[in-house]
Design a protein around this ligand. Structure first.
Ligand SMILES: [Zn+2]
Length: 173
């Protein structure tokens, strides 16, 4: 099934009684609230290219949202380190829970990163740029990507995912 991510991640931030709900939460479970102080968000998808649907498109195993301590454009303009290292440094919270992801997104703009479930490589428009497995273009991927940062590799492994090839082989040395 094709899921339109934008339909999920654009919450209406002006719902009725929002101020009352926030005040109630702050009074009753302040220890469970997280200060929304991050500067950017990215969608991260892990696609299984060995399971294509009848249109030749990959099965998405995980969809998550990652928070960043820096704005994405600020990161990509920084040339002091490889972008994957800057990305890794900036990573805060990662969640694959749809409700929490929507909260993390919080109405911000942000792009999507697509990775291969087999090898952790970033996905081009019609194939994995690392292992070369192919799929048909669904118009979502731009063909641009960077290696999967170590913190995200750990997040997927913590969720029980086993990469057939170690994604860390793709990191700059
Ligand atoms: Zn791959």
């Amino acid at each position: 099934m094709q899921v339109d991510m934008m339909a999920i991640y654009v919450p209406d931030l002006n719902f009725p009684f929002m101020a009352e709900a926030v005040a109630y939460a702050e009074e009753h479970w302040p220890e469970e609230l997280i200060l929304d102080d991050w500067k950017g968000v990215r969608n991260v998808l892990l696609d299984d290219l060995s399971k294509l649907n009848n249109l030749g498109r990959p099965h998405t195993m995980f969809t998550g949202v990652v928070t960043l301590s820096r704005d994405w454009n600020d990161l990509t303009d920084d040339d002091t380190k490889p972008l994957v290292e800057l990305f890794d440094d900036a990573i805060g919270i990662f969640s694959t829970d749809q409700f929490i992801s929507s909260e993390l997104w919080g109405g911000r703009g942000g792009g999507s990163m697509y990775y291969c479930a087999h090898c952790g490589g970033c996905l081009g428009v019609k194939k994995c740029t690392a292992c070369g497995m192919t799929f048909s273009d669904d118009g979502y991927r731009t063909g641009w990507g960077i290696p999967m940062p170590p913190k995200l590799i750990k997040q997927f492994r913590d969720r029980g995912h086993q990469f057939a090839l170690d994604p860390e082989r793709l990191l700059p040395r």
